[in-house]
Design a protein around this ligand. Structure first.
Ligand code: NDP
Length: 304
């Protein structure tokens, strides 16, 4: 391996510590305690793990944190009325609805009801619009792309003029990631399942962000020498070498071969994943500070 391995776990822990200190200052100076409500519907084991980690991080950051667990067969109207209630609750600055929702619930109806200033996931059309219009300082930015950008800037500094390829065009990762890289003055290509000659497209990139959801699809020989590789993918694959029925997590990038060519690369696990939760805390603190009439913090700068 020649690439520098970007330690997202350590950087996220550092960021959470800074956020906890800033939250304590906010509480001491204004009495405002940042509050987050996480809503989970059903029993999906992966979602439950994510929600538990979010609750734990919120407590570490001295936030007021509440969890609403609803049955998988909860009616849409009941979920919508909970969102209305949280929208009106002054102790709650951030609302997060864990996705995916069961099929009988209209996801966009739920997400669009969350007040944009409490939309710490950054999925509301108002926040999507602000980010796309270059008004990032007024938006709530989705956590995974925001965390990925911090890792990228920490690894290589100024991104201006770099050729960036984002593989994946989801509303959650690919599109907001591309908007953030464009705002950093990268030349951005968004690739997807219909992209022709994907290996050639990737080979041109100084920055590769993989958000596909296909285990180890991006091969090492697609990576330009010295490129920065941010692997957002989280894929669980069988690991018979660990015992019968065991599994392990891998990214969308074939790590070992990509690390031979890349200059910097994020591992899976321990790369982007922990940053997502840290940025959720950052967004909640931002929502609380905005409500108190305070400026946003520059979280990349806080890390030094
Ligand atoms: P989606 O399934 O919503 O989007 C996947 C994207 O990949 C689509 O745009 C799709 O293209 C594209 N794609 C699929 N197959 C190919 C292919 N063969 N070649 C090129 N592009 C392809 O996934 P998400 O964006 O929600 O998530 C992506 C990955 O990131 C997943 O592994 C997910 O688990 C992970 N993730 C990790 C997070 C973290 O905290 N680290 C947070 C969120 C997600 P098309 O649009 O044409 O179908």
């Amino acid at each position: 391996m020649t690439a520098v391995r970007i330690d997202g776990k350590a950087i996220a822990a550092e960021l959470r510590e800074k956020i906890a200190a800033e939250a304590q200052t906010l509480i001491g100076e204004t009495g405002v305690v940042p509050g987050i409500a996480v809503v989970i519907v059903g029993e999906d084991p992966a979602s439950k793990v994510y929600v538990a980690s979010k609750g734990k991080a919120a407590k570490e950051c001295h936030f007021h944190s509440v969890e609403h667990s609803l049955c998988a067969d909860v009616g849409e109207a009941e979920l919508l009325s909970l969102i209305e209630e949280l929208n009106g609750d002054d102790a709650i600055h951030g609302i997060l609805v864990q996705l995916p929702l069961p099929d009988h619930i209209d996801e966009s109806k739920v997400l669009n009801l969350i007040r944009p200033d409490k939309d710490v996931d950054g999925f509301h059309p108002i926040n999507v619009g602000l980010l796309t219009a270059g008004e990032r300082d007024k938006a709530m930015v989705p956590c995974t792309p925001a965390g990925s950008l911090i890792l990228a800037k920490r690894a290589i500094g100024n991104l201006s003029g770099k050729d960036a390829v984002v593989i994946g065009r989801s509303n959650i990762v690919g599109k907001p990631m591309a908007a953030l890289l464009l705002a950093e003055s990268c030349t951005v290509t968004i690739a997807h399942s219909r992209t022709k000659d994907l290996p050639d497209v990737v080979r041109r990139a100084d920055i590769v962000v993989a958000a596909v959801g296909r285990p180890e699809m991006i091969k090492g020989d697609w990576i330009k020498k010295g490129a920065l590789v941010i692997d957002v993918g989280i894929n669980r694959i069988p690991a018979p070498e660990r015992g019968e029925g065991k599994t392990r997590l891998v990214g969308d990038v074939e790590f070992d071969s990509a690390a031979e060519n890349a200059g910097h690369i994020t591992p899976v696990p321990g790369g982007v994943g922990p940053m997502t939760i840290a940025l959720l805390m950052a967004n909640t603190l931002t929502a609380a500070r905005r409500k108190a009439g305070l400026d946003d913090l520059d979280y990349a700068a806080l890390l030094g």
